[in-house]
Design a protein around this ligand. Structure first.
Ligand SMILES: NC(=O)c1ccc[n+]([C@@H]2O[C@H](COP(=O)([O-])OP(=O)(O)OC[C@H]3O[C@@H](n4cnc5c(N)ncnc54)[C@H](O)[C@@H]3O)[C@@H](O)[C@H]2O)c1
Length: 469
């Protein structure tokens, strides 16, 4: 995939402000597509690592693409905003929008700082493009703000281009997205975006051109829908637990209805990470500010259902341990919020490990990639370097993140290491029969103690990272 830029004008030069999970991937992929790119961050350590060809986080396929992009000479990194302002024609802002420390609103201080830094420095016509996930109305507010502080005034235009990439599939999703959304206020802004996304549009990728507010809403609406689907099946799991029904069979039956589909209908420990939880909370908060809180009040329930799964997981582990967790050795398999990522932001797995520890369990945490981040977040927990070490003499094994290493583990090999063959499958990722036939006590959320597993419908795109292009 290469940008041909066959029209008269030179290809726009691109800056990417904020080089975290989203920005680093975007910067690398823009360079791979043929653009000259400058990645900018306030974190000198990140910039040094990226400049040296090292990705500061785990993302399959990205290290190879970073190397390729640096070797092409089209990608550089810097902490210098003056350089960014003079270099770029199109500036993508990809900084974090975490949950505010004291409310469920989004904390927009990084977004405001990045746009301010650019607007006060840019002295020729350029397009600012927000990619961060923000509350509706932010783009309009920032337009007014940047135009009031920029020497260019209204010449400095702003667009919004929400991002839908999934960690673990970030390169694939950036180069081959399901759709592009451009939120614009002028034809000129649309044309600039069409030029920087030309290689992707050439692949017949669907494009929605909308106003700023709609483009902001698309992102939070998509995340709300996905979170709701996960919490829906987990709510059904709660009903199953009260009735003896089996959510595994229920999910299978529902997923075979084309109108429902199997993706995001997998029961278990629920969602986490740096996006879904904070995005639905910020959306609800913003809707309340706008006087339409009732329209999305269900998102509060979606959040509550999700959080209850963590508590219920601890309940099941306690039951497996015989009623008390004090002094019980638990192997916590997984810390990242999902497989193929080292992101532990709001990670259900780590939350469960922490709750177990607080109840007196002796917890050994192992994650193939996230141990270091988890240790930074919760230094009190004991982290070990392999699955074998984690399960050694365990009274209960808890599968909390469905890495393939855990899914493919051999029940007999594990069984030889543990003190007691008891397993909690927090992700409906294992075949119960494989374990029970080897003498394991197997429990999963929303399933009776004795139940055969049916394989759940899922899309291979949620499971196996593949790279094309
Ligand atoms: N991670 C994802 O999968 C994903 C997917 C879609 C959308 N998003 C959205 O993208 C945004 C970024 O998310 P992320 O996961 O990449 O966060 P992140 O924390 O990994 O990265 C944010 C980066 O911004 C940098 N930064 C902060 N202030 C800055 C400033 N003033 N100037 C320059 N850099 C600055 C930080 O140092 C950090 O490197 C969020 O709004 C998030 O909701 C993330």
């Amino acid at each position: 995939m290469n940008s041909s830029h066959e029209n008269d004008q030179p290809a726009p030069r691109v800056t990417v402000i904020g080089t975290g999970y989203l920005g680093a991937t975007h910067a690398v992929c823009m360079a791979i597509m043929g653009f000259d790119v400058l990645g900018v961050d306030v974190d000198q350590r990140k910039i040094d690592m990226l400049s040296a060809g090292k990705v500061p986080f785990f993302e399959p396929g990205l290290p190879e693409k970073l190397e390729e992009a640096l070797a092409s000479g089209r990608l550089r990194f810097s902490t210098d905003f003056d350089e960014a302002a003079s270099f770029g024609d199109v500036h993508f802002v990809c900084v974090g929008t975490p949950q505010a420390p004291d409310s469920s609103a989004a904390d927009l201080r990084y977004v405001d700082a990045a746009f301010t830094a650019l607007a006060t420095r840019i002295d020729r016509k350029a397009l600012l493009v927000g990619k961060s996930t923000v509350p509706i109305g932010t783009a309009a507010r920032i337009t007014t703000m940047v135009q009031s502080i920029s020497p260019l005034g209204a010449e400095l235009e702003l667009a919004w281009n929400p991002e839908f990439l999934r960690e673990g599939f970030a390169v694939q999703d950036t180069l081959f997205p399901d759709r592009l959304v451009f939120g614009v206020s002028s034809d000129w802004a649309e044309q600039q975006l069409r030029r920087v996304f030309e290689p992707i549009l050439d692949l017949d990728t669907p494009l929605i051109v909308a106003d700023l507010a709609t483009s902001e809403l698309v992102k939070v609406a998509a995340n709300s829908f996905l979170a709701t689907k996960i919490s829906f099946i987990n709510a059904m799991a709660e009903i199953c637990e009260a009735t003896g029904a089996d959510v595994n069979h229920l999910a299978k039956a529902l997923s075979l209805d084309d109108r429902i589909g199997g993706r995001f209908l997998k029961p278990g420990l629920g969602f986490g990470g740096g996006c879904l939880p904070k995005d639905i909370r910020a959306f609800k908060h913003r809707a309340e500010e706008l006087g339409v809180g009732q329209a999305v009040s269900f998102l509060g329930e979606v959040d509550s259902i999700n959080n209850r799964r963590r508590v219920r997981t601890v309940d099941l582990i306690r039951e497996l341990a015989g009623g008390s967790l004090a002094g019980v050795r638990v192997a916590a398999l997984g810390a990242a919020f999902k497989p193929n990522s080292d992101d532990v932001r709001d990670a259900p797995a780590l939350d469960v490990a922490r709750l177990l520890y607080l109840e007196g369990a002796i917890v050994s945490v192992y994650d193939p990639e996230a141990n270091a981040n988890a240790h930074r977040a919760y230094p009190d927990l004991n982290y070990v370097g392999s699955m074998a070490e984690a399960v050694d003499k365990a009274d209960v094994v808890a599968l909390l993140t469905e890495w393939s290493e855990f899914r493919n583990a051999d029940p007999d090999t594990l069984g030889a290491l543990v003190s007691h063959r008891r397993i909690l499958d927090g992700r409906h990722a294992l075949n119960a029969n494989d374990y029970t036939s080897k003498g394991w006590q197997y429990r999963a959320l929303g399933r009776p103690a004795q139940a055969a597993t049916v394989e759940l419908a899922s899309d291979v795109r949620d499971e196996t990272p593949t790279l094309a292009g």
